[in-house]
Design a protein. Structure first.
Length: 319
């Protein structure tokens, strides 16, 4: 099996290639735009793959005949991104052109599109894929726009998997800076205290805003399951189905680092987040379990945080 990973130098992309290597798969090409290597090259030094190709290589549908699966992870993943022409082109236009071009090939490979739980906006109850969604930031809008533009195409071939990733974290986030997951930033910090945003929602006490945190290794396993179970393409939530409070996440970080007297502090919510902060996310994974027949159990927050910290220490030593 030959696989193409766009955004293969990034967090999820490089983690996926590492997992594929673990499964004895190395017939892998990576697509990265020119100039995107400087901050991310360290993510791929321990990986086995064929070659790195620029986006211009994929201007013809014929080139996709060589692939059995294309995992499209390349995008601007900043949830605070501005609604400008660059992000529209990068996250919407390029993605839709690329996927249509792939499906114009004779082989019709399995296609994985990295969508996001950001499409659910301020939802706090119904996280089923069939729910009418309303994103509250442009990043979520771009993901939803691609889903909508390609759903008709998918109804013909059923080879496109739109995976709505919830809060993904793991050990290859060093290049992301301030956009790395809070878990990664807290694990790499020398502080014995953790700052959380204060709650401005009376339904969620301080520290009790909750998210569905999923370790990147579990994301990789779901992606590989989709590749192995082709022709069931659809929209699927990729989370654990469990919402964990930020306070419990902080305690898991303290435990992993052996900090007995860790302190949780609270800071004001940034003005630009007040109206679009997600106070609660929890993936409804019924469709993943029942339609896609995904049976693996997900790591809980303590297991995932410890695995992430072990990976960080492996790379950087004790932090």
């Amino acid at each position: 099996m030959k696989i193409l990973v766009t955004g293969g130098f990034g967090f999820i992309g490089s983690s996926l290639i590492k997992y594929l290597n673990f499964k004895n798969q190395s017939d892998i090409d990576i697509c990265e735009p020119r100039g995107a290597y400087e901050s991310k090259w360290q993510n791929v030094v321990d990986l086995k793959y064929n070659r790195v190709l620029d986006v211009d290589y994929f201007n013809n549908s014929v080139v996709f005949d060589q692939y059995d699966a294309v995992i499209h992870l390349g995008a601007n993943s900043a949830t605070t991104q501005s609604a400008d022409a660059f992000n529209w082109e990068n996250n919407i236009s390029f993605s839709t052109r690329l996927i249509k071009r792939i499906n114009n090939s004779s082989k019709k490979p399995v296609i994985i599109f990295a969508s996001s739980a950001a499409v659910y906006g301020n939802e706090t109850v119904n996280f089923a894929e069939s729910n009418e969604v309303k994103p509250t930031n442009f990043y979520g809008f771009t993901k939803l726009r691609v889903e909508k533009e390609l759903q008709e195409l998918n109804s013909i071939f059923s080879n496109i998997y739109f995976l709505r990733f919830f809060n993904v974290y793991g050990g290859r986030e060093q290049h992301k800076g301030g956009m790395a997951s809070p878990i990664y930033r807290w694990l790499t910090s020398s502080d014995s205290s953790i700052e959380l945003f204060e709650s401005l929602n009376p339904n969620f006490p301080q520290g009790q805003m909750k998210r569905d945190f999923i370790h990147v290794i579990d994301v990789c396993k779901v992606i590989c399951h989709c590749i192995d179970n082709r022709r069931k393409g659809d929209i699927y939530n990729v989370g654990t189905g469990v919402a964990t409070s930020w306070e419990d996440v902080a305690q898991a970080v303290f435990k992993a680092k052996g900090i007995a007297d860790g302190k949780i502090l609270y800071k004001k919510m940034p003005v630009n987040l007040i109206n679009n902060y997600q106070y609660y996310t929890c993936a409804n994974i019924d469709k993943l379990r029942n339609q896609l027949k995904y049976e693996h159990q997900f790591l809980n927050i303590e297991e995932g945080v410890k695995m992430t910290y072990d990976r960080i220490k492996e790379i950087y030593g004790n932090v």
